[in-house]
Design a protein around this ligand. Structure first.
Ligand SMILES: Nc1nc2c(c(=O)[nH]1)N[C@H]1C(S)=C(S)[C@@H](COP(=O)(O)O)O[C@H]1N2
Ligand SMILES: [Mo]
Length: 208
């Protein structure tokens, strides 16, 4: 089990609010409305084709691109992944990332909301990417997503993850291009990390 970084209190409060709602009211309509409003229960949302364990590419989604407010930025053909190390910054288009050596890994997403699903990922090793930009292996990485607000916008990855040969900037999931809701154009996937730190919709990586 992951040992670091508990999910923020916001999730706890949301969960209480949700159970409060179903305790206070009975009837499917209320339950469906709650499913629409509270991100942690997307898996139970009967309106959407992403029932528990059966989101696009057979993986649940904790938060969609639309809810995160990143749809336009993620689909922008001008998107670049910025990578900063040793005072230099390089920018990679998705096509350029695909031309770098690709690594495959089978790694789970383990969400504290109570699900864990293993998936087949393919993308560029973090170590490989930083080797293209800087001269030293990063001691850690600051990971920025395209989100302009929210708890998962910026996270930090310690050196052991940064060096792991299966720590990837993932471009593919289960043999297809990443679905928008799973983090297209690129996301982090690394072993031994809570789901909350598997950052989707990458914008920038900074060596620490
Ligand atoms: N940028 C960003 N990354 C994120 C999140 C998010 O809300 N925003 N949610 C995290 C959480 S809590 C989990 S469990 C995983 C879920 O990944 P999935 O939606 O592809 O299954 O993404 C993580 N990465
Ligand atoms: Mo999560």
């Amino acid at each position: 089990m992951p040992t670091s970084a508990p999910e923020p209190r916001r999730d706890l409060l949301t969960r209480r609010a949700f159970f409060g709602t179903i305790a206070a009211a009975s009837g499917a309509l209320v339950l469906l409305t709650a499913g629409q409003s509270f991100a942690p229960f997307d898996g139970f949302n009967l309106f959407a084709p992403r029932r528990y364990g059966a989101g696009p590419q057979s993986l649940p989604i904790n938060r969609t691109a639309r809810k995160a407010g990143v749809r336009d930025a993620a689909l922008d053909p001008g998107w670049r992944l910025e990578v900063e190390a040793d005072g230099r910054t390089a920018a990679f288009s998705r096509a350029q990332l695909r031309r770098l050596p690709q690594t495959e890994a089978v790694l789970p997403i383990a969400c504290v909301e109570g699900w864990s699903t293993s998936a087949h990922w393919r993308g560029v090793r973090l170590a490989e990417l930083f080797a293209h930009v800087g001269s030293t292996t990063p001691r850690g990485i600051r990971v920025r997503s395209l989100e302009t607000h929210g708890a998962y916008r910026v996270t930090t990855m310690e050196t052991e993850f940064a060096r792991d040969p299966t720590a990837l900037v993932a471009l593919e999931l289960n043999g297809e291009a990443l679905d928008l809701d799973h983090g297209y154009p690129a996301r982090i996937i690394a072993p031994g990390r809570p789901g909350v730190l598997q950052t989707k919709w990458l914008a920038r990586l900074e060596a620490l």
